[in-house]
Design a protein around this ligand. Structure first.
Ligand SMILES: Cc1ncc(COP(=O)(O)O)c(C=O)c1O
Length: 384
């Protein structure tokens, strides 16, 4: 550290992956080494073991690993047989992958609004989205609720509306694997659930990775085939159009080591979030958990009070060595690639407002109390 930079002004990490490495780096290196030694880099034994442990962790009957969280969604839509002329409802305030995959399979994303407290799909807007699709002559077939920033969507309401309208439910849990809704773990809702193991996710690997969770045996068999080019029992007779979407064995080995400490890390994240909530609740809108929900705090995202200049706040925080991020500065229905797709009702005012107010603070399980206090003081000063 240069002399002029004191410990209290040195820039912090937004997500400190190095701290986790200091805890389990040796075990991780040994796990990687074991894969290099046995050489079964594709669908090796660690992949099978990871799938077993992931399913056990969340209580789904099947967990199928794949190359990333986007492919997980895409594979699920392919297995559901989604096609052109059909519409899939998705929140606009999410990462692009949620809607991108709908367009991949030739269907139409129908964007709906979110609730300002949870950042998750608004059940009333979901219903309006179904009506909008029908009015436009698009057959609504399913919905992709997203568990934004780590908190599960309002599954009771979403599942009831989907059921009443004959829609399937594909849960995008890229940010929420490890969380629970009314005592039930994410991974066990709807027809299927997908997640991402992108390095910055609460359970992240050292590259790209993802998984699909489901109970149905037949769909699992289809997904296994789709993941390897649509192969049949004879690997040279492909029985459907698929893709190459396997998780590397090395990533599975890394995830096994991380899964072993995941519950402990979730508890640590929860403590950080609780302290942030107590210390910042009077100066910014801190995230609210719905009764009975837990979060894995993929992001700790606050909303600045109306009228605050977010860029100026972020600049002040950066000067104090506190990195921040904006998820998401532009809702999907306003983005170039997506703006010609339909949106429910009369626009999506909550998504548009949130995009201008949100600011995510550093969050990871190894954020010690002194560092949190430094962040809290800096945020308080920056919004004053
Ligand atoms: C809500 C959401 N869905 C899907 C994805 C896609 O996951 P991946 O980056 O592993 O493809 C992400 C990743 O950031 C995400 O946040």
């Amino acid at each position: 550290m240069p002399d002029s930079v004191t410990a209290s002004s040195a820039p912090l990490e937004f997500i400190d992956l190095g701290a986790q490495r200091r805890r389990i780096g040796v075990r991780m290196d040994e796990a990687i080494r074991r894969v290099v030694d046995h050489g079964r880099y594709i669908l090796g034994p660690e992949v099978t073991e990871l799938e077993r442990q992931l399913a056990e962790f969340c209580g789904a009957k099947h967990a199928l690993s794949c190359a990333n969280g986007t492919d997980a969604l895409g594979l699920a839509l392919m297995a559901l047989g989604v096609k052109a002329g059909q519409g899939v409802i998705a929140p606009s305030f999410t990462f692009a992958a949620t809607a991108e995959v709908i367009a991949w399979v030739g269907a139409t994303p129908i964007f709906v609004d979110v609730l300002e407290d949870s950042f998750n799909i608004d059940p009333a807007s979901f219903e309006a989205g179904i009506a909008t699709a029908k009015r436009l002559g698009i057959e609504p077939v399913g919905v992709i609720p997203v568990d934004l920033f780590g908190q599960p969507a309002a599954y009771d309401e979403v599942l009831a509306i989907a059921k009443a309208n004959g829609l399937w439910v594909l849960c995008d849990a890229a940010q929420s694997f490890g969380a629970a809704y009314k005592g039930r773990p994410v991974g066990t809702f709807g027809n299927m659930t997908t997640t991402s193991f992108f390095p910055a996710k609460p359970l992240g690997c050292y590259g790209d990775g993802g998984a699909i969770f489901l109970d149905d045996d037949d769909t699992t068999a289809v997904l296994k085939s789709l993941r390897v080019h649509g192969q049949g029992t004879d690997k040279y007779d492909n029985v459907r159009i698929g893709m190459n979407a396997r998780l590397d064995t090395i990533q599975a080995a890394i995830l096994l080591e991380k899964l072993a400490i995941f519950a402990d890390e979730i508890a640590a994240r929860d403590k950080v979030a609780a302290r942030y909530g107590e210390a910042l609740g009077d100066v910014v809108h801190v995230p609210q958990l719905a009764q009975g929900s837990t979060s894995v705090w993929a992001q700790y995202t606050v909303r600045l009070p109306a009228g605050r200049d977010r860029d100026a706040v972020a600049v002040r925080l950066k000067a104090a060595g506190i990195p921040t991020a904006v998820y998401y500065a532009k809702p999907l229905h306003l983005q170039t690639a997506y703006r010609d797709y339909p949106a429910a009702g009369n626009g999506l005012p909550v998504s548009e407002r949130l995009a201008g107010e949100v600011l995510s603070l550093p969050m990871h399980p190894y954020l010690d109390e002194a560092t949190q206090d430094r962040i809290v003081e800096a945020v308080r000063a920056a919004v004053a």
